[in-house]
Design a protein around this ligand. Structure first.
Ligand SMILES: Cc1cc2nc3c(=O)[nH]c(=O)nc-3n(C[C@H](O)[C@H](O)[C@H](O)COP(=O)(O)OP(=O)(O)OC[C@H]3O[C@@H](n4cnc5c(N)ncnc54)[C@H](O)[C@@H]3O)c2cc1C
Length: 287
């Protein structure tokens, strides 16, 4: 339970952090809240020789509205997401999701950037970011680029980040006023990762679903965007039969592993159940 030895670096600017990561190469890892990386190091599943701590970089903090987007600095903690009035008003699913991540102790330190960059299919924010069609701004020695959350996840712990790149901010298009939302997560106990979870953001017009996006957590090697399920829902009044069809379509794209949280069959079924609950709650919240 003791990590291997490593050198610790604490850059004060983004330029310095990016140069350090480029110069130190493959053996260096960015350190954010450390609540995924340090446990992996203790288990010797990660053995970086250099940690580049992003904590002293002021540019990576904060939540602001910019045009039609909410922009969240990568080093913003999950607790700060919970406490943000701006998020509560404009993108309440982010507050709701933060509140089901781990426990307050983890949320005080764990960051949004670390949660989305980690690539663990058990992390809750990636599916929500896919559902919201968010984009990640990333910076490396070659410059800055933007990657859609929907294109970011390639496999378990494999993302579109190139070596030495860091996520600097998460840009979330503000959902329409009056949208409905829900993040339903089944977990064995408080603080646990999801057995299965579903995120829904939808709008209603004249009693029918006008738009809908659905994300699924921890039922495949990557978070999933359930596009077929969302198509089934759009244009309907979201009656019980439609919700059932959508749940079946979502279940069909899952491929969870059997593990201590349940068999693959159980976790697949639970993805459908979480989606049914999320659809019903999102509909009830939509104006
Ligand atoms: C007991 C416990 C329970 C937990 N339960 C949950 C849960 O239910 N749901 C959930 O989603 N998470 C859970 N977590 C994980 C927690 O949310 C972590 O904080 C989060 O996964 C990673 O954020 P971090 O800031 O701690 O990142 P770190 O652990 O510092 O980093 C994680 C990885 O991301 C990379 N990284 C970090 N920041 C950046 C960046 N800006 N750019 C590029 N790469 C970066 C690091 O190099 C590392 O590979 C739990 C953790 C613990 C300890």
């Amino acid at each position: 339970m003791i990590p291997g030895s490593f050198a610790y670096h604490r850059p004060k600017s983004l330029t310095e952090a990016v140069s350090l990561l480029a110069d130190l190469g493959e053996e260096a890892r960015a350190l954010a809240g450390g609540h995924s990386l340090i446990p992996m190091m203790k288990l010797r599943l990660a053995t970086p020789e250099h940690l580049v701590d992003l904590a002293a970089i002021a540019d990576l903090k904060g939540i602001r509205a910019e045009g039609g987007d909410i922009v969240i600095g990568a080093m913003t903690t999950q607790h700060e997401l919970v406490a943000s009035d701006l998020l509560s008003a404009k993108v309440p699913i982010l507050r709701e999701t933060s509140l089901v991540i781990a426990d307050p102790q983890v949320r005080y330190v764990g960051t949004l950037g670390g949660n989305v960059a980690n690539g663990d299919p058990g992390n809750d924010m990636p599916a929500v970011m896919m559902c919201l069609d968010a984009a990640y701004t990333v910076l490396g020695k070659q410059g800055e680029r933007r990657i859609s959350a929907r294109q970011f996840y390639r496999g378990a712990y494999a993302t579109a980040l190139a070596a030495g790149e860091i996520v600097t901010e998460i840009r979330v298009p503000m959902p329409a006023t009056g949208h409905g939302h829900a993040y339903e997560k089944l977990k064995r106990k408080v603080g646990d990762y999801a057995t299965a979870a579903a995120a829904v953001v939808l709008t209603m017009s004249g009693g029918k679903v006008a738009s809908c996006a659905i994300g699924l957590t921890n039922v495949a090697e990557t978070p999933l965007l359930a596009e077929e399920a969302a198509k089934i829902v759009v244009g309907s009044s979201l009656d019980a039969a439609t919700a059932k069809k959508a749940a079946a379509a979502a279940e069909a794209i899952t491929s969870p592993a059997s593990d201590s949280r349940g068999s693959a069959e159980y976790r697949t079924k639970m993805a459908g159940v979480m989606l049914s609950r999320a659809l019903a709650r999102a509909k009830s919240l939509a104006a």
